[in-house]
Design a protein around this ligand. Sequence first.
Ligand SMILES: Cc1cc2nc3c(=O)[nH]c(=O)nc-3n(C[C@H](O)[C@H](O)[C@H](O)COP(=O)(O)O)c2cc1C
Length: 191
Amino acid sequence: MKVRRDVFRPSYPTPAAMITCATPDGRPNIITLGEVYMLSLEPLVMGISIRPQRYSYGVIAETREFVVNYVTEELAAQTDYCGMVSGRDVDKFAATGLTPEPAAEVQAPLIAECPLNIECRVRDILPLGSHHVFVADAVATHVEEAILDANGQVDPERARAIAFIGRAYWKVEGLVDRAFVPGRRFRPAGR
Ligand SMILES: Cc1cc2nc3c(=O)[nH]c(=O)nc-3n(C[C@H](O)[C@H](O)[C@H](O)COP(=O)(O)O)c2cc1C
């Protein structure tokens, strides 16, 4: 039976991504975010939502630059750690052993272990509520060729992608059959 009730983080799945930024004097930081979106595809405009009390919020608001680094199953522990401690107290690159790599267009570093990185420059900050949305132009994308399929699109199994749903990380596995069969009736799960 369907009931009317509020659900925590009701939109699913979202990626869990590690966002990198750097202070004007070059000190890098990593913040894990579940609220990461593609707001426009052409041109590619990214959105990320951050609570104003986060250390990274101040850094990104000041420098107006960040990098979205997509994570793998193997990076789940580092991803979670970077979402539990603050760059105010900890050097998260040193603590996790993740490798900072120079970006092409921004001062924030890429995370070398992540197979896809999108460098972003902020064009707008929308104070919507608990979270403020940073609207940002993608200025450079770096991708590990081994995660692309024959059409040049990301294969989530090769990318070892994980989805963040509620408060947990889930594997992304198996292609869904989308063949339309005329006359077949659709019945939502659980009904
Ligand atoms: C999987 C996961 C997703 C998260 N998503 C968000 C998010 O979308 N927005 C946000 O403000 N904080 C989010 N957090 C919390 C921050 O990552 C966390 O408060 C972090 O310690 C802040 O780091 P900083 O103080 O170095 O900026 C998330 C944490 C985890 C583990």
